[in-house]
Design a protein around this ligand. Sequence first.
Ligand code: CAA
Length: 381
Amino acid sequence: MDFKLTEEQLAVKEAARDFAQQSLLPGVIDRDSKMEYPTAQVKEMAQLGFLGMMVDPAYGGGGMDTISYVLAMEEISKIDNSCSVIMSVNNSLVCWGIEAFGTEDQKQKYLTKLSTGEWIGAFCLSEPEAGSDATSQRTTAIDMGDHYLLNGTKNWITNGGTSNVHIVIAQSDAEKKHRGINAFLVETSWEGVNIGAKEDKLGIRSSDTHTIMYNDVKVPKENRIGDDGFGFKFAMKVLSGGRIGIASQALGIAQGAFELATKYSLEREAFGKPIAKHQAISFKLADMATDIEAARLLVYKAARMKDEGEDFTTAASMAKLFASSAAMKHTVEAVQVHGGYGFVKEYHVERLMRDAKITQIYEGTSEIQKLVIARDILSTK
Ligand code: CAA
């Protein structure tokens, strides 16, 4: 597999790096401390085309490949993971879900707004009692003839309080188990959509995570995505794409921490020389660089497979499993390299360490990724 980047892909990477340095870095510590939603930064991401990168230009998107998307995600995630999760959910879960599986009317009505960032989307699968075990949906969407009646509670919803439209996964026929589940486009302005309090989180603190309550929400029939009973498969397919986004976020976190640790270790002196010249530190940098390179290859491979129309489910899980573990391990090491300075906000690595943790949890925990990978290995024997 050839991973030589094209000039266009390199230009996207550079544009994302410039944006992150100029518009995200100033104020990132403050926004994180105050849990302040990055309103101006999200608006700029929309203007620069980062919110609908892979969408067909016919629907207002950038028409780019998944490699370009992961390059941009990596650069933005080196600096601000609240912004990169907003970007990841909008691009890979919401826009891609509608573009790949929605009707032409749904694309005209919703995708055109979401791909330009005029609207922001959220993906509502997790429930208080259905996280990893996603088939156990308690939210119901009952067929009332001309519409569905939606009732239930979703939690851990990224973009929960700031989105205009949700993709909601709900059970329409419990007897059919996962084959009775449907996916719906639900506008947040509709009667019965209630947004709960914003979560106070360990990391990605300025992103907007909420519990959502749906109370007798009338959902028009034409807002169901795919055939009756397609909702669970839809969620699984969309999450595989989402996992490439989160893997690239984890890659960016690890790369950002590595760059900070390298810079600091060349500047900071101890025992008469820069600490980078001590083997204890240089070996940490060598381990970081090696794991980051391996993570990058897995992320690019999954992205390339998606672009080439191959089944990328297992590749996406491997990329997310490995990159998130590398991000967690090496952000801890980057804090260690910084010593006491690593423990204070000003040096950025403690934030990256806090942000890394969620990449092992959301869009499928590391344990779920292992389950997906193991099932694939065993089914081919
Ligand atoms: N593509 C297509 N279909 C798939 C699929 C895939 N990747 N994975 C499973 N399916 C299908 C199966 O073929 C099966 O269909 P049939 O019975 O009709 O053949 C059906 O789905 C059920 O599959 P399983 O029997 O494998 O289901 P399971 O109960 O054993 O669980 C699971 C599967 C992989 C564990 C799944 O539940 C899962 O991925 N759980 C994690 C959920 C998750 O990632 N949640 C994250 C929340 S979203 C989020 O974090 C968003 C945010 O805001 C950041």
